[in-house]
Design a protein around this ligand. Structure first.
Ligand SMILES: Nc1ncnc2c1ncn2[C@@H]1O[C@H](COP(=O)(O)OP(=O)(O)OP(=O)(O)O)[C@@H](O)[C@H]1O
Ligand SMILES: O=C(O)c1ccc[n+]([C@@H]2O[C@H](COP(=O)([O-])O)[C@@H](O)[C@H]2O)c1
Length: 193
């Protein structure tokens, strides 16, 4: 079993996330990709705007109908800063025969040396890194390059920040995130000011 874990704040999930997961699934022949909404990113000063259950629900809507994608709510249930090493250790213990892959964009790879126990993260999972828009993924200093795989994704400029801004300004989110997510945002009046 080859399991991809895709950690993110997903505030909200957008088509860049879905495309990243799909190109990695295909390229690395993953049996499944588990989206892992973080309770909060330990390196970010400001927490997410939508709460954990809301971000999980949006991910669930976005991936519905894709049998290879799943949402894993453990970090939101655990609460506090979400350290990848804790989650990977749990998933590894639950799936002793699985090979784990942790998916991320170039910006997240650049931050990896600042994560908790990056060496142990690399022992537990192969890192799979994609370009973020036109910015290529590059192995940062101190990270063992033979534990990182690169996957090329069609450049996508979308960010959750941009979606939140558009939502606040009442601009269209159509084709930036799945329709069911847009409906949920409208319904919950999320990111409006
Ligand atoms: N357009 C994109 N192209 C490639 N990777 C992306 C893209 N958007 C997000 N990612 C990656 O997805 C993961 C989760 O990202 P996150 O949920 O923080 O979204 P974001 O769009 O970066 O959010 P924000 O704008 O709030 O910082 C990270 O590894 C990030 O690099
Ligand atoms: O483990 C850590 O120390 C660590 C530090 C920063 C970020 N992360 C994880 O990296 C993932 C991407 O975070 P984000 O906020 O860029 O979407 C998400 O799963 C975070 O929990 C993990």
């Amino acid at each position: 079993m080859r399991i991809g874990l895709f950690g993110g704040t997903f505030d909200p999930i957008h088509l860049g996330h879905l495309l990243l997961a799909e190109v990695c699934r295909e390229e690395l022949e993953l049996d499944e990709v588990r989206f892992l909404p973080a309770a909060s990113n330990p390196l970010k000063e400001n927490g997410p705007i939508a709460d954990g259950p809301q971000r999980c629900e949006m991910v669930q809507f976005a991936i519905s109908g894709n049998p290879a994608f799943a949402v894993d709510r453990r970090e939101v249930k655990r609460g506090g800063p979400s350290f990848a090493v804790d989650t990977l250790a749990e998933v590894a213990a639950e799936n002793p025969d699985a090979e784990l892959f942790f998916l991320m964009g170039a910006d997240a790879l650049a931050d990896l040396p600042a994560w908790r126990e990056p060496g142990r993260v690399l022992d537990l999972a192969t890192i799979v890194a994609v370009n973020r828009g036109d910015v290529p993924a590059v192995v940062p200093p101190g990270i063992e390059s033979n534990r990182v795989r690169f996957v090329a994704m069609p450049a996508c400029d979308l960010s959750a920040t941009d979606l939140r801004r558009r939502a606040a300004e009442g601009l269209s989110l159509r084709y930036r995130t799945p329709a069911a997510v847009i409906a949920y945002l409208h319904d919950k009046y999320l990111y409006r000011i």
